[in-house]
Design a protein around this ligand. Sequence first.
Ligand code: URA
Length: 198
Amino acid sequence: MVDSKKEMLMHGLEEKIRNCQRCPLGKLRTNAVPGAGSYDARVMFVGEAPGYWEDQKGLPFVGRAGRVLDELLGEIGLSREEVYITNIVKCRPPENRDPTEEEIKACSPYLDRQIDIIRPKVIVPLGRHSMGYILRKFGFEPESISKIHGKTFEAHTLFGKITVMPMYHPAAALYRPPLREELRRDFAKLREILVGLR
Ligand code: URA
């Protein structure tokens, strides 16, 4: 059962995100997308920013990339209800362009807070923007994603040691099908890590 303090803190934070005007994306959104899943998740997936369907529904990864993510989760026996899925930027950039440095700077304190409240054991940044932010946050210098996807980084936080494992963004597998195999292999490694945590 999720403790009620976490629930209260997360609900308060989600409310702030839904009302946020820290950057110009606040004026353009249909819905902000705080994140979804278990507040007690052992693993947290961090994508880049909502796309069209996410903006329509207020939920992360509900478009085509989301179907890839669901398949990968299913293959290692995980459901969305037991993980937490969010993005660095919580509102959709126009035309699905990459988030800017300013947008990441304005929005990332929400992600930092989500990490502090949920206290995951494993963080999986999906795609290079997310990888760059998360690795730097924990004191690592990012390299190209083709080089470091599936590698693990041990990070120290105020709530203990966590493992960061960057992966390709699931959308990349839609336009570069061989990457789906790489993602499958990385998800299999993630399963090993989670088994080791039990
Ligand atoms: N791509 C992302 O990075 N995040 C989403 O929520 C959807 C697509």
